[in-house]
Design a protein. Structure first.
Length: 93
């Protein structure tokens, strides 16, 4: 089955897992991915750390831009990701 994209816009997102860790991903349907992560059919990392909650979302436009931003966010330290999730800063790596 081919699922039609909910939007042409791609987003990068950060989830906070039940153990307090962060997971960063990119998608064109954040709600669908959040549901997938919480049902255990998302990423392997989040499967054993449910429930997860969405703490940050950023529209990037294209898939390429979202994947580049995801890579930059993954390089951030935990405190920097926490500040980003709280909206306190926007670290550009």
């Amino acid at each position: 089955m081919i699922r039609k994209a909910a939007s042409d816009d791609w987003h990068v997102y950060i989830l906070q897992c039940s153990d307090g860790t962060f997971y960063t991903g990119a998608t064109n349907d954040v709600q669908h991915r959040l549901t997938a992560h919480n049902s255990g059919s998302g990423a392997r990392y989040t499967k054993s750390r449910r429930p997860v909650s969405l703490v940050y979302e950023e529209c990037c436009g294209t898939r390429s831009a979202a994947l580049k931003r995801e890579a930059l966010i993954k390089k951030l330290s935990r405190p920097e990701k926490s500040l980003l999730a709280l909206g306190k800063n926007d670290p550009e790596v």
